[in-house]
Structure formats: structure tokens, C-alpha cells
Write a protein that binds this ligand. Structure first.
Ligand code: PRP
Length: 220
């Protein structure tokens, strides 16, 4: 691929990364380096002229917004929480889960005049959700293991990601209401989409073909 601009893609480390690597492999991209990465955070694929960067989800969007990477692979949960500029171009349909409000059984969210306390890692998502319901709540920001908050009496409920529901169940909590579905998305920097359009669209097509290939494999 001569005379083609290098495209830099930031991938969210962890669960999103594992699914992204599977998709890259199905798309015909050599992932040897990514699979044997150790503590390294940046990789180059000379065949397709792509730089891969590994970062935390919110930082993926910061790098895309600032244009230091051209594309990002990140969960819709992170997208909904952050107010940044980019194009969301593809739903990769991996990392499927949902945002739910959860609490101890018999918690009533909408009856009574008490101002409920909601613990969450996603204060903007929680604020927007309860505002849309016309319910005034106090948001308490928590960094992880949010399920502890209602058990310890810090909050009346939580707004968090539910995937299998096992964490809620293991801690005696139940879903009180679902907020929205989440999956992994491909985002593109606005300027890169103009300056590297051909390269970016060819990567989008490769990934779409990879997704079709994976669906075929699942269908048997
Ligand atoms: C996420 C989320 C829930 C859990 C849900 O936490 O915050 O705690 O996964 O998954 P489940 O429905 O399959 O049980 P994560 O593992 O990212 O760690 P955290 O508690 O540090 O946020």
C-alpha cells in the first residue's frame, strides 16, 4: 500500500481490546504483536500501514477528539458519558451489555418525594436519565464496585453496566429499570475523515467484512 497515509487507531484496553483483536484477525489484519504485547502500548502494522494504540476508554475519545489518533474503538457507555467531537461510524456489535438502574429489591424509584441518591461511575448518564424522567436525584460518583453503594447505605440505587447480571445477583441487588443498550463503536476524528478519507473508509470496509466473516463462522 504505497503512498498511503498511516492511520492511527486507539483501542480501549481490556475487554474491548480482546474483541477488537478477534475482529482485526477476522478482517485479515496481523495481530501477532498485539497478542504478544507485554507492557507495550503502541504497535505498527506495516502491511496495512496502521498504528495501534492501547488506552483507557475515556482517553481513547480524548485522543480522537484532539486528532492525535484518527480512529477509536470504544464502548457506547464511554461515548454517552463524555461530551466530545467525532463521528461514530460503526457499531461493532461486540461488548454488548446495557445501562440499568439497580438496587435492593422493593426499592421504589418514582414514588414519594424523597430525593434519591444514585451512585454511579457515569454521573452524566445518570443525570440525563433521571432528568428525562423528571426526577430530581443526587448523584454520587464512585470509581468501581458500585454495587457496594446501596448495600453499605451510601445510595438508594446505582446506575451501572449490566452484562450477565451475575454481579448484581451475587450481591443481592435487582434491576429496577433498564436505561439503554450498549455495544462497542468505531469513532473517527472529524478532520481525519476529510484528510485520510480513502484510508479510513478502506479500514471501515475491512472491519465490516471481518464482522460478516465472524457472523458466518458463528452461524456455522
Ligand atoms: C462492570 C460493571 C459491573 C459488572 C457487570 O464492572 O460495573 O460491576 O461489570 O457485569 P455482569 O453483569 O456480567 O456481572 P467491571 O468488571 O468493569 O469492574 P468495576 O466494578 O471495577 O467497574
Amino acid at each position: 500500500m504505497k503512498n498511503r497515509n498511516t492511520v492511527r487507531i486507539a483501542i480501549t484496553k481490556g475487554r474491548v481490546e480482546k474483541n477488537a483483536v478477534k475482529l482485526f484477525q477476522a478482517s485479515g489484519i496481523d495481530c501477532e504483536e498485539l497478542l504478544n504485547k507485554g507492557r507495550k502500548l503502541i504497535f505498527h502494522d506495516s502491511v496495512n500501514n496502521i498504528d495501534f494504540v492501547l488506552a483507557k476508554g475515556p482517553d481513547v475519545l480524548t485522543y480522537v477528539d484532539h486528532g492525535v489518533v484518527d480512529m477509536g474503538i470504544v464502548g457506547k457507555d464511554v461515548i454517552l458519558e463524555q461530551n466530545k467531537n467525532y463521528y461514530e461510524v460503526l457499531d461493532l456489535k461486540t461488548g454488548r451489555c446495557k445501562f440499568s438502574v439497580a438496587g435492593l429489591p422493593d426499592t421504589n424509584l418514582y414514588e414519594g418525594y424523597k430525593r434519591l441518591k444514585i451512585a454511579t461511575k457515569y454521573p452524566n448518564v445518570a443525570r440525563n436519565h433521571f432528568r428525562s424522567k423528571g426526577k430530581d436525584v443526587e448523584i454520587i460518583k464512585i470509581e468501581g464496585s458500585v454495587e457496594l453503594a446501596p448495600i453499605l447505605g451510601l445510595s438508594d440505587a446505582i446506575l451501572d453496566i449490566v452484562e450477565t447480571g451475575n454481579t448484581l445477583k451475587a450481591n443481592g441487588l435487582v434491576i429496577l429499570e433498564d436505561v439503554c443498550d450498549i455495544s462497542t463503536r468505531l469513532v473517527v476524528n472529524i478532520t481525519s475523515m476529510k484528510l485520510k478519507k480513502e484510508e479510513i473508509l478502506s479500514i471501515v470496509t475491512m472491519l465490516q467484512n471481518g464482522m460478516a466473516e465472524m457472523e458466518k463462522q458463528i452461524a456455522g
